[in-house]
Design a protein around this ligand. Structure first.
Ligand SMILES: Cc1cc2nc3c(=O)[nH]c(=O)nc-3n(C[C@H](O)[C@H](O)[C@H](O)COP(=O)(O)OP(=O)(O)OC[C@H]3O[C@@H](n4cnc5c(N)ncnc54)[C@H](O)[C@@H]3O)c2cc1C
Length: 553
């Protein structure tokens, strides 16, 4: 080996936060690879970690490529709330299977067509029935110090068959007995880590203890799948420190590199509404749709590509690549506040935006086009509140998400007001004029319209009934104590979840429905969920399924 090449490989190894166990591929003109493994996993969130760990436990040598440095890795998994669905393992498996069959088949939806083909949904439901009751045990097996805290949460869709009998349960990831953070969870020492931070640390611990079988190459961005003459995926090319490296994958490549929240072209291709200006996300900025692009280049097909776990969120004027970064927004639907469209009119029961099941699909309402004017009147919308509401809570979550993990510098409401991120008016009319001055769709907001909307809402509050949208009585407190405040709301949330079409075992399909040999996808890039927000559970369940499947290839 030349000394330059040796130096390059040494640099690469030094760049990895975790020890290298991968073998350098034998030099051959037929296989000009720099490294070789049984399985290459792209991305180190929940999906990538579960796939790599399971493959390693089934005796495979695994290389994980992660574009971020390990020391500051901020995946969506790490920024998350760390909620994991894990029904009681002593509960009825029959009921659980019925529940998950309903979830994946769509048979109990008002629009059954959103479900999977019967054979696929059956297998997906079986995987969830087999694996979810053991997820807490599986996570604790990665790090026995991890405590998983049972929440009061049950099955999300209470009318699905089996929902009541399946002993459904939801847990929160934590190394502490109680979750009560006031400041960021980012980099908390293990004994204090909670939520996504705890989940991330447990998964990374699971990877570290398998370092003889798993090599993590961080600061290494996968760019292109390598296929042979039969279109089988046999490896992957990646960029590391400006150099391109090629890695052979004997049993295949698993794309686990998240969705396309920060790809403007993909947003334009897949989103409704105003795909770039009208949307924002509050997860990592490092998911740019690379996996979907690489999959498409290798002949993969797409499914439900525009699907998201999203509603409406606040996005201050902080951008990445021309796209606003959102924050986890507190207080929508609370007393002393309403949401109006860019004309100053209410358009929905505000509680639906963040409440329960609609929390993960309200973006559909946000993106509605007016058939009268052909405008997107709800983009942006405005959360309008009085002083009582403004003083009652921070408008953004400061413990995790984009604020807690340093993507958005929100300190508190007062600081955001000073920065001009929150608008203030001593009267409703003044506030409306300031909103109109922001331009775009909101330039159409007339002070008298907003005043009329708020007067009508306040009258409904006094009468104890929301005559327009039936908002719950407990939230009907008037917007009346000056000064008044407003923040813009965009379609958005945590992540996209549509993408590459796969089998129930996560083999990626081409447009004729055939599996592309050697190519797999797990997590946001190919989410199995038609609805609901159990994204972490989806990433873990299918990571476990896929890691095993790949070792059998
Ligand atoms: C604030 C927030 C709260 C949430 N709360 C919950 C919750 O409580 N429960 C729940 O079920 N879901 C929750 N979610 C959603 C859930 O966190 C994600 O859907 C899930 O973590 C996705 O896992 P993943 O492995 O697919 O993606 P990620 O965890 O985002 O991992 C993808 C990784 O791929 C890397 N990557 C991207 N491109 C490349 C490339 N070309 N080469 C190499 N690496 C690459 C990225 O850097 C990233 O580290 C939340 C999300 C957010 C943002």
């Amino acid at each position: 080996m030349s000394s330059t090449r040796r130096r390059f490989l040494q640099t690469l190894a030094a760049g990895s936060a975790l020890a290298a166990g991968a073998s350098q591929a034998a030099k051959s003109t037929r296989t000009p690879f720099d490294f070789s493994a049984d399985i290459v996993v792209v991305g180190l969130g929940a999906a990538g970690a579960a796939t790599a760990i399971t493959a390693a436990d089934n005796k495979a040598q695994v290389i994980v490529l992660e574009r971020q440095p390990m020391a500051t890795l901020r995946s969506n998994t790490r920024l998350s709330g760390g909620y994991i669905h894990c029904p009681d393992k002593r509960g009825s498996k029959k009921a659980l299977l019925s529940y998950f069959t309903a979830l994946f088949s769509g048979a109990y939806d008002s629009l059954p067509s959103v479900g999977e083909e019967e054979a696929v949904s059956k297998k997906m439901a079986q995987h969830w029935t087999d694996i979810t009751p053991h997820l807490v045990d599986w996570l604790k097996s990665l790090d026995p110090d991890l405590k998983m805290l049972k929440t009061g949460g049950g099955a999300q869709y209470v009318n699905f068959p089996g929902a009541k009998e399946c002993s459904y349960a939801v847990y929160r990831s934590s190394y502490q007995d109680v979750i009560n953070n006031k400041t960021t969870t980012y980099n908390l020492p293990k004994s204090k880590a909670t939520e996504g931070e705890a989940l991330h640390q447990a998964l990374i611990h699971g990877i570290q203890v398998r370092k003889d079988r798993i090599t993590v190459m961080d600061k290494t961005r996968a760019v292109e799948l390598i296929t042979d003459e039969n279109k089988r995926v046999v490896g992957i090319a990646a960029k590391n420190g400006g150099k391109t490296i090629r890695i052979a994958a004997k049993k295949g490549v698993a794309l686990c590199c998240g969705g396309y929240e920060y790809s403007a072209p993909m947003r334009k291709a897949f989103f409704g509404g105003l795909p770039v200006a009208g949307w924002a996300f509050y997860g990592t900025i490092f998911n740019e749709g690379d996996g979907i692009r690489m999959g498409l280049d290798a002949g993969a097909s797409l499914t439900k590509a525009g699907s998201c776990a999203a509603r409406m969120i606040w996005a201050p004027p902080v951008e990445f690549n021309g796209m606003r970064i959102g924050v986890t927004t507190n207080g929508i639907g609370s007393p002393h506040s309403i949401v109006v469209n860019s004309l100053g009119e209410r358009f929905a029961n505000e509680s639906l935006i963040t409440g329960g099941i609609t929390n993960n699909c309200f973006y559909e309402k946000a993106c509605e086009q007016s058939l009268k004017t052909l405008t997107f009147d709800n983009l942006p919308s405005w959360l309008v509140m009085d002083e009582t509401m403004f003083n009652s809570r921070q408008l953004a979550n400061v413990t995790r998400s984009t604020v807690g993990y340093g993507f958005v510098d929100f300190k508190n409401n007062a600081d955001a007001l000073k920065k001009g991120w929150i608008l203030k008016g001593s009267t409703i009319e003044e506030l409306a004029s300031k909103i109109a001055a922001t331009g775009g769709s909101s330039a159409r907001m007339k002070p008298e319209t907003l005043k009329r909307t708020i007067d009508a809402f306040n009258a409904d509050c006094r009468a104890g009934r929301d005559t327009l949208f039936g908002r719950s009585k407990s939230t009907l407190q008037p917007v009346e104590k000056a000064p008044f405040f407003a923040i813009p709301l965009f379609a958005g949330g945590s992540n996209t979840k549509g993408g590459l079409a796969t089998t129930a075992d996560r083999e990626v399909l081409d447009w004729s429905g055939k599996a592309i040999p050697g190519l797999y996808a797990v997590g946001e890039i190919a989410c199995g969920l038609n609805r609901g927000g159990a994204m972490l559970t989806d990433a873990l369940v299918f990571g476990i399924v896929c890691g095993k499947k790949m070792t059998q290839a």
